[in-house]
Design a protein around this ligand. Sequence first.
Ligand code: SF4
Length: 130
Amino acid sequence: MSLPTYEEADARAREGSPFSNGTEDYAWMGNWCGRCIHDAPTRRDEWDKGCPLILIAYLGKTPAEWLESDPLSLADRYTCLMFRPEDDPGPDEPTPVPDPAGQLTLCPREPYERPARMYADTRLIPERLP
Ligand code: SF4
């Protein structure tokens, strides 16, 4: 699942700022966005390629992709469904998954595909390989 555009994320975001103050903001974003592949361009000063979910939060809404996780933890208050560590090579399958070659398509797939990916680390973990 790819990162939503700003417009898509804004349309489904909840009203209300996700953080009460700058300390909460810095603690959470430092733990999540600070090591996420989606905001890596801003760490290289490419400000126009930053994560749209952060912009949503800065403009006073809470992205739907941020699930309440641990309200007592500054660093883990939310779980971001779109988080990917910078060293994550990504899923093996391309997204969206292409239709099989030579097959007819009876109906469009997009309305039936999940709006957000499950939170899963896609890196290979040698101990879990068959
Ligand atoms: S995808 Fe989530 S964790 Fe990654 S930069 Fe955007 S808001 Fe932060």
